[in-house]
Ligand binder design. Structure first.
Ligand code: ADP
Ligand code: MG
Length: 729
């Protein structure tokens, strides 16, 4: 009998919620308490230093080294008052997580004691031993220098006893080895391009911000059950497990009452998030059992992204306090929904205008249409690249399944907006030009209601949907760093707006009136970007066929999706916008292919180990019991009775034999396929081999394991079952 499984199930079932005390202060009173934000800068920095620093933050320039010491001194004073003893540069290397190395503030004072010290030099730049971070060959291990440099646009914060300083991470030779450095460059590019285009409509705009509001989905599993599932522990997902008889079919979990133990976890998480200045706002049950969602109010993209990285770390930590493990994997369980991270994205000006919000005047509406159409055009031209930006070994289980956007990027904009674009496309050029000349700014754009009603009833099957005042990129994976998608999206829109500006300016220079010029260019773009525009059901088979006809990227193999990064027009886009060089793109692809291979390799090993050391022996044990039973029946019963009674057992014995031999053979084949793949030279080719020859065996082997789970006595089955993992909370 499997005592461990029953023990952990019983323990999990009996756990009481850990009551989190209500803070004595209101959230507005302790929000940002642990952040070196504007209020603290004012308090801890000399006036001139404060002004120079806020100027750097606002305008994105390089930090004036002459003030670095004063900033460091102020930060240290605050940190020590907050009882921090250590500091760390905090960055996002090309792995899924973040990296930190803590140093104490102490320095010897020369008389056998220590003093607390923190200089500008330590704040601004450090040289972590970077040899173990992925670099895609940019650094040789003997020349492993990489350095981290402070990003003043994301404020420092304290967790436990440590001051965290958000930084970029770059090679000694200047190439980015992280997500933040290219993200900041992409944001700079879109700021420049969008500000220039805004000037057609409003000369006062000085800056355009990119905004991100992420929605984080996740599962919670009791930690005892989790520990008894080596596949969850090592790969983040279950590699086997028969569906529970009850799943999500009653739709009783979505928006349902939050279970008390989970509620306490959420409360704890929110209190910590508020202290760290993360404006978490929404919490609810998601569709699948034990699946939940957390969403903040949107923020400037770089800050929002740091906050998402931070919240994922916080979730992992706080879940443990409550006896849970949080699963951020995109598809931890077969047969029920996986987890995504919708990226709500928009642009807005320093004058407070949301560029994807229609306005009251013709001028506002033309500006609105301009940004919509250029975004569609950008997404159209780089649809393969956008898909590559969200592709990973784990997200691949979600894309294309009937719960998430398909592995094809398209955009839904709603009936009202579609009508507006159709109208612009079909209106007569000459008419429009003379019309707008005669009427000044007045144009023949149908009135766009300020509230785009049909976008409240959104098309959930669209991977890139317009939702009233923003686009929602839904294909992003739950454990991904949003920066990957945000780098592509912002760069692509920056490139497209730059092209648009050039085309309009050329027409104006040739004598066309400004509004007419804008409309003419928009009309061409509306026509050109048609293939990306899709209002129908993205989950249907017809759409796949239709998307192929339209020439959209329909590649479904993750290693091949990554090729998009190295297409000439992608490289050109990144280089023209000053975001990444060809060398950086190549290096990052090496990392992506290698990561893909490693993930599939680990899953394959775990599946093989569990099959041979747990599943097959358990099945054989049960089979032996049945055989014993048959023998005993034979001794006991007269022949005719025996034949009748033993028939069922003999059938099961035979079926078990069949499943066992299939599993044994397939695991052997899988090991052989790995050996062949491991000998292939080159990260790309190896990843392709893993995708084509190793990964497909997972489901085949699993099928037989899951059949055994249904046959073998529940008493003997060792791995916690889906009904236990998903319904105990
Ligand atoms: P839903 O689940 O209906 O899509 P949520 O309320 O869960 O909506 O999340 C929507 C997210 O979109 C929130 O983070 C919200 O702040 C963000 N958001 C709203 N308006 C904008 C905008 N203009 N730009 C970027 N993000 C936005
Ligand atoms: Mg959403």
């Amino acid at each position: 009998m499997s005592t461990l499984r029953f023990k952990v199930v019983e323990e999990a079932f009996c756990k009481k919620p850990l009551e989190v005390p209500q803070p004595s202060k209101r959230p507005s009173e302790y929000f940002g308490e642990m952040v070196f934000n504007n209020e603290k800068m004012l308090r801890y920095l000399p006036g001139d230093v404060y002004r120079k620093l806020t100027d750097t933050i606002e305008n994105g320039g390089v930090l004036d080294r002459s003030i670095a010491d004063a900033v460091a001194e102020g930060m240290k004073r605050w940190a020590i008052e907050m009882k921090a003893t250590h500091y760390t540069h905090w960055f996002s290397p090309l792995t899924e997580g973040t990296a930190e190395k803590h140093d104490a503030f102490i320095e010897p004072n020369g008389r056998g004691g220590v003093i607390e010290e923190f200089t500008g030099k330590l704040l601004v730049q450090q040289e972590p031993d970077a040899s173990s971070f992925p670099s895609g060959g940019i650094r040789n291990t003997f020349e492993a220098r990489g350095y981290s440099a402070w990003d003043p646009s994301s404020p420092a914060f304290i967790v436990d006893d440590t001051l965290y300083i958000p930084t970029i991470f770059v090679a000694y030779t200047g190439e980015a080895l992280d997500y933040k450095a290219p993200l900041l460059k992409a944001l700079r590019a879109v700021n420049k391009a969008a500000t220039d285009v805004c000037h057609y409509f409003n000369p006062d705009v000085k800056k355009v911000y990119s905004y991100l509001g992420w929605e984080q989905e996740y599962f919670l599993v009791d930690e005892g059950l989790y520990a008894a599932r080596p596949d969850l522990l090592l790969t983040g997902r279950t590699l086997m497990g028969h569906e529970s008889s009850k799943n999500q079919q009653l739709e009783d979990h979505y928006f349902g009452a939050i279970p008390p133990r989970v509620q306490q976890f959420m409360k704890d998480l929110e209190i910590e998030a508020f202290k760290l200045g993360i404006p978490v706002k929404t919490r609810h049950n998601e569709v699948a059992p034990n699946q939940f969602e957390l969403a903040p109010v949107f923020e400037e993209c770089n800050l929002a992204n740091d906050h998402n990285m931070l919240i994922m770390a916080l979730m992992r930590k706080i879940a443990r306090r409550h006896g849970f493990r949080v699963l951020l994997h995109e598809k931890p369980f077969k047969g029920i929904n996986g987890s995504g991270k919708h990226n709500n994205w928009s642009l807005g000006t320093d004058t407070g205008i949301g560029l994807y919000s229609p306005g009251k005047t013709d001028n506002d509406n033309l500006r609105f249409v301009t940004f919509i159409v250029n975004t569609l055009e950008a997404v159209y031209h780089h649809n393969g690249l956008l898909k590559a930006s969200i592709a990973s070994a784990s997200n691949a289980h979600r894309l294309g399944a009937n719960e998430a956007p398909p592995a094809i990027i398209s955009s839904f904009i709603g009936a009202q907006l579609s009508k507006v674009l159709d109208h612009i496309e079909n209106s007569n050029n000459d008419d429009l030009a003379s019309f707008s000349k005669k009427h000044g700014m007045k144009m023949d754009i149908p009135n766009i209601p300020e509230l785009l009603i049909d976008n409240t009833d959104r098309n959930r099957t669209s991977p890139f949907a317009f939702t009233g005042n923003r686009f929602e990129f839904r294909a992003v994976g739950s454990q991904a760093n949003c920066a990957s998608a945000m780098i592509v999206l912002n760069t692509a829109v920056a490139e497209q707006l730059t092209k648009f500006k050039k085309a309009v300016d050329e027409k104006i220079a040739a004598g066309t009136e400004k509004t007419a010029a804008i409309l003419e260019v928009l009309r061409d773009e509306i026509k050109d970007s048609k293939p990306i525009h899709f209002e129908g059901n993205g989950y249907s088979d017809e759409w796949v066929a239709e998307a192929k006809r339209r020439g959209l990227d329909c590649e479904s193999s993750v290693p091949l999706m990554y090729d998009s990064y190295l297409q000439p027009d992608s490289i050109k886009m990144y280089e023209d916008m000053g975001v990444m060089t060809k060398k950086e793109l190549e290096a990052r692809n090496e990392v992506k292919w290698e990561t893909y291979t490693k993930k599939v390799q680990i899953e394959s090993r775990v599946l093989g180990d569990l099959s041979m050391s747990m599943i097959v022996p358990t099945a054989k044990q049960y089979q032996t019991k049945l055989v014993d039973n048959v023998y005993k029946l034979k001794q006991l019963l007269p022949a005719d009775k025996f034949n009748e009674s033993a028939k069922k057992d003999l059938e099961i014995i035979d079926k078990i034999s069949g499943h066992i031999s299939y599993i044994e053979e397939r695991v052997h084949d899988m090991v052989e396929a790995r050996k062949v793949a491991n000998h292939i030279e080159g990260n790309r080719a190896r990843a392709i081999a893993y995708h084509d020859t190793v990964a497909p065996m997972f489901d085949e082997i699993r099928y037989h394991i899951d059949k055994l789970e249904l046959m073998v006595s529940d008493q003997m089955w060792q791995l916690p079952k889906y009904r236990e993992l998903l319904f105990i909370r």
